[in-house]
Design a protein around this ligand. Sequence first.
Ligand SMILES: [Zn+2]
Length: 115
Amino acid sequence: MSAKLERAPLYAAGDCPVCPGAGVLLFLRRSDARQYFFFCTHCGNAYRERPDPPNACNEVNALDDVAPRGIVLPHKEEIANVRGLVTAQPDAFEELMWHVERSYADAQDAPSEKP
Ligand SMILES: [Zn+2]
């Protein structure tokens, strides 16, 4: 795999509807577009839209389905624009990296862009 993401605080939008109490919805952005999505490191499901209602699992996607070219961690200003985000657990970053390394193992150029 190419460059790793810089370690940074992650933010979450509450529990994952698939695994409430275990996984949270991390707020992420595609590296190739100003497009945000949510990802649960516990079950590995990615959500193009924030689940509405919050306990509804409306979609099932792999990380590289939603962000085919890789991910970046949103800037602070971007996070400030989304209501109801909370700081994710500190170990969420390692869990996210685990998924990133497996999702983009074959990709040459993802995820390499810095936020
Ligand atoms: Zn989940």
